[in-house]
Design a binder for this molecule. Structure first.
Ligand code: SAH
Length: 234
């Protein structure tokens, strides 16, 4: 079983903030703010109602619950025990059809390949040693014809200034040290790894932030944060 594709300091970093995960005005406010947008993006490619979906690197379950509320049967997986606990407890309170497990994407893909209608993996690839291995595992988890959604940060100077200097230091939207520029992923690199794993790019859009009205929106600018849809060949 492959489990070594984990940076323990990343797991500890996110796990140590687990209690604040569902504070809409707290450290993870931006994940709450972008959630309706990513759900809208997912829905533009896939009908989620009644579908089995796995949310890889689910954290405290923000996207997991959002998809479950739309009628999907969602499994959230993460390598942080603390976050899995928070996600599970919050799910009980919300009464949604979401399940959680501490397991790596690679191990789950080995255990149950091709068993999900769709796969989501949001804001996670930039936190692992080998994103290509996660991408390949997501491709293995999805059924032929199913969709796989990734979001991450682009390795462009603009992302350094807006995503790290701006978001972490000036606007304090994210805790300092959340991101490391070197781990950001260019859309071309994401597409190449996905293609090598049998996934075809369907569309890609930017998750843009307007500091004037403090709102996020989906748009053409993929230089900072972006979300992409891939389809596994039939
Ligand atoms: N996807 C969630 C959380 C993003 S934060 C959302 O967008 O709402 C990044 C998450 O990735 C954290 O929960 C962290 O614990 C998780 N993570 C980091 N490395 C991981 C790994 N190797 N396997 C699974 N999850 C991982």
């Amino acid at each position: 079983m492959i489990t070594e594709n984990v940076h323990l300091h990343e797991i500890d970093k996110f796990g140590s903030m687990a209690e604040h995960w569902w504070d809409r005005q707290g450290e993870f406010k931006s994940l709450h703010d972008i959630n309706p947008l990513r759900i809208k993006f997912i829905q533009s490619y896939a009908d989620v109602s009644g579908k089995r979906i796995v949310d890889v690197g689910c954290g405290g379950g923000i996207l997991t619950e959002g998809l479950a509320k739309l009628g999907a049967e969602v499994l959230g997986i993460d390598m942080s025990e603390d976050l899995i606990d928070i996600a599970y407890l919050h799910g009980l309170e919300s009464g949604v059809n979401a399940h959680y497990e501490k397991i790596s994407a690679e191990a789950l893909a080995e255990r149950q390949p091709g068993s999900f209608d769709h796969v989501a993996c949001m804001e996670m690839l930039e936190h692992v040693p080998n994103p290509g291995s996660i991408i390949a595992a997501c491709a293995k988890l999805v059924k032929p014809g199913g969709m796989v959604f990734f979001s991450t940060l682009n390795r462009k100077l603009k992302a350094y200034f807006l995503g790290i200097v701006g978001a972490e230091y000036l606007l304090r939207m994210l805790p300092k040290g959340t991101h490391n520029f070197k781990t950001f992923i260019k859309p071309s690199e994401l597409s190449q790894s996905a293609r090598a794993a049998g996934l075809e790019l369907q569309g890609i859009v930017g998750i843009e932030y307007n500091p004037l009205n403090k709102r996020f929106s989906l748009g053409k600018d993929i230089d900072v944060n972006y979300i992409a849809a891939f389809k596994r060949a039939e």
